[in-house]
Design a protein. Structure first.
Length: 391
């Protein structure tokens, strides 16, 4: 199941000398890194990651490790070829490989006398507010005890035929976890040095982008929908994760896990790979949960006037500004708010369901009672129940 490679780069010699910049960090290790593009887990690669995490724990840095690799481990131990055979087959591989993946981590961390705990999550675990809080309490409690939580998607119960039920090779899961534990930094490690202007495997003129201050369409186009290895995710999902995490006040770095001490360098403030500074401020837990988008049930489209009020005046959304409601949602659900150009501008808890919205859209607030025979407030979404997207 495990392989070693003497060429794996790690010096573990960097002196931290009190230069820690981030005190709570989420590290995501992808399948291509953990296998180094091969057919089995690479023990030396895993050992280098564990060594850095253990050293940082000794400096009182809280670290959550989000790891892939269960399917790859299961594929190797069962002697199966790379070609997939559908979701149920991959779930069986994950079931066969998850224990072996965790056992490898346990052995490596034991050598550094660092306790670990396993947390298998599915999207549904974070969809409901109570589940979100329970997971957060467990992970933060483990961190207070000096334990390194090792998080993976629960592939055995997550099925990608159900729309939106998988995270995407743990890239988006890592952003959700960073949001959940209120991390200061999210480190996404693969085999590629970061975001390039084009796929560096195909274009020798591709250049590394060291800093991305705004994730616009031009930056997203650089991902190109490719850059894929053994895992499910690619550069596109890494950018999606960066967009979510930075909006929640978390700095993000995409870097190569094969370079010397990447985690330590980033935690001590050195810029390697591609760095995405936080675009939003730290927000209260309830709004961070809404920002994750896990529980979004539908969407509301608003006119230009309402979009301006929401974006620039910190106002509430009134029925008069609504042009249409898409999808089926109930009162109290989280909905996404879009402008007429198709840009998402907010998320919020709606006071009215989609059926009611069809009746009151474009109407004045004082007309709602007469139209519905009831009223749950003058606002469709009150400003205190809304999170605005960073422009």
């Amino acid at each position: 199941m495990l392989a070693t490679n003497s060429n794996t780069a790690l010096s573990s010699s960097q002196d931290l000398d009190g230069s820690i910049r981030y005190r709570r960090v989420v590290v995501k290790a992808g399948t291509t890194l953990l296998t180094r593009g091969g057919d089995q887990l690479n023990l030396q690669v895993m050992a280098t990651l564990v060594e850095q995490i253990a050293r940082l724990r000794e400096e009182s840095v809280d670290i959550v490790l989000v790891t892939s690799g269960a399917v790859a481990a299961g594929r190797h131990v069962l002697g199966m070829p790379r070609e997939g055979r559908g979701v149920p087959f991959k779930q069986m591989l994950a079931a066969a490989g998850q224990g072996r993946l965790m056992h490898a981590y346990e052995q490596l961390f034991d050598w550094r006398q660092t306790p670990v705990a396993q947390a298998l999550l599915s999207r549904k675990d974070l969809t409901e507010r109570l589940g979100y809080l329970n997971v957060r309490n467990v992970l933060t409690g483990l961190l207070k005890l000096g334990v390194v939580p090792i998080v993976n998607e629960n592939d055995v119960v997550s099925v990608d035929e159900i729309e939106g039920e998988i995270f995407g090779d743990n890239d988006n899961l890592s952003a959700m976890v960073a949001n959940l534990v209120e991390a200061d930094l999210l480190v996404i490690l693969g085999q590629t040095d970061g975001l390039f202007t084009a796929d560096p495997h195909l274009d020798p003129s591709a250049r590394l982008v060291p800093l991305v201050e705004r994730l616009d369409s031009g930056i997203e186009a650089m991902a190109g929908g490719s850059w894929r290895g053994r895992g499910q995710g690619g550069m596109t999902t890494k950018l999606e994760a960066a967009k979510l995490a930075t909006a929640c006040g978390v700095d993000v770095a995409i870097a190569s896990g094969l370079s010397p001490d990447p985690i330590i360098k980033l935690v001590t403030g050195e810029r390697i790979g591609t760095f995405f500074p936080a675009t939003g401020s730290k927000m209260e837990s309830r709004k961070r949960w809404m920002m994750s988008g896990l529980s979004t049930k539908g969407r509301i489209v608003v006119d230009d006037g309402a979009a301006g009020v929401l974006a620039n005046k910190n106002g509430s959304l009134l029925p008069a500004g609504v042009t249409r409601a898409d999808g089926s949602f109930d009162r109290g659900d989280i909905v996404a708010v879009f402008d007429v150009e198709g840009r998402q501008i907010a998320l919020g808890v709606t006071n009215y369901g989609s059926k009611d919205m069809d009746k009151i859209k474009g109407r004045r607030s004082n007309e709602v009672l007469g139209l519905l025979g009831r009223q749950y407030g003058e606002e469709v979404i009150h400003r205190s129940n809304m999170v605005r997207m960073t422009p």
